[in-house]
Ligand binder design. Structure first.
Ligand SMILES: Nc1ncnc2c1ncn2[C@@H]1O[C@H](COP(=O)(O)OP(=O)(O)OP(=O)(O)O)[C@@H](O)[C@H]1O
Length: 277
């Protein structure tokens, strides 16, 4: 379990996290969702030792984690939001280099690299220089690289940006496989359907403050399981706990409408609208 206790951090006057408390459960996939600038990357950077904080402590299984906790860092894999591959090296060389940084060598290193190339459909590109890869391929390589040492805890900061739908779904399967192996995964994404599909828990945050933490199903049920959607100058939504209540309401509408199941995207949209406006 990862625990943030009373974490405070500020970037001058522009952004402030004050006494943040958070538990991230072991073996689960937890998503951090929030609008641009909510603080998702800042939180991930603090938990992975890439950013400092002013106050508080971070614990991995009751052990204090700081920027010098190298033995704990070896158990972590991080996919950064920004592409930070070595673009003058090939796909294969990037994976070899990353593996060596984690102390892998010989046949073990070669086997891991071969495994990762296969998992992310990168075999045919293995000798290409990174600078010649498409954006989606670079993203896949970022994920393959972060998992080269089979980490226990995996941080994915917008890992599937720019990846096509088919590849994205293959990557989702890989994340589910990792979760089923007992890995702890922390995800940020602007693909809300990705978070709905993958997450055990979703954290909604804005301005460095956590507003909710629950399962996708509970967050959806809290808003109302059924949505009526109609257009009257703008798109309108109303949420209902039962289909019967939605039907009664819809009978009073004199416009074209649709009734559908509420999604996590509706939850996120309502949350963001309220917090940003
Ligand atoms: N190095 C920095 N120096 C100053 N301000 C920063 C720095 N990094 C981030 N910020 C500010 O901190 C706030 C939170 O940024 P952060 O990147 O954590 O948000 P985010 O939720 O990940 O956003 P996005 O969805 O756009 O990636 C923003 O207002 C941002 O401008």
């Amino acid at each position: 379990m990862i625990r943030l206790k009373n974490i405070s951090k500020s970037y001058g006057k522009s952004f402030n996290i004050s006494k943040l408390n958070l538990h991230i459960e072991k073996g689960k996939l937890t998503s951090l969702l929030g609008p641009n600038g909510a603080g998702k990357t800042t939180i991930i950077r603090m938990i992975t030792g890439l950013s400092s904080y002013n106050e508080g402590e971070i614990l991995y299984d009751n052990e204090i984690f700081n920027r010098d906790s190298n033995h704990l860092k070896k158990k972590i894999g991080v996919v950064n939001q920004h592409i930070n591959l070595d673009k003058e090296l090939s796909v294969y060389e990037n994976l070899i280099f990353a593996g060596k940084l984690y102390g892998l060598k010989g046949n073990v290193l070669k086997e891991r690299v071969t495994h990762q190339l296969a998992q992310f459909n990168l075999e045919i590109h293995k000798d290409k220089l990174v600078k010649k890869l498409s954006g989606g391929m670079k993203r896949k390589l970022m994920i393959a690289r972060a998992l080269i040492h089979f980490p226990e805890t995996i941080f994915l900061d917008e890992p599937t940006v720019g990846i096509d739908l088919v590849s994205r779904k293959q990557i989702w399967n890989e994340f589910i496989r990792l979760k089923n192996e007992g890995k702890t995964i922390i995800l940020t994404t602007h693909h809300i359907e990705e978070a709905e599909y993958l997450s055990d828990k979703v954290i909604l945050l804005n301005d460095g403050i956590i507003y909710s933490k629950d399962t996708p199903t509970n967050l959806i049920n809290d808003l109302g399981k059924y949505t009526i959607e109609w257009f009257e100058g703008e798109v309108n939504h109303k949420f209902f706990t039962t289909l019967e209540k939605a039907n009664i309401y819809s009978n009073k509408l004199n416009v074209v409408y649709s009734i559908r199941k509420t999604t996590l995207e509706d939850v996120f949209y309502q949350f963001t609208k309220k917090k940003v406006n």
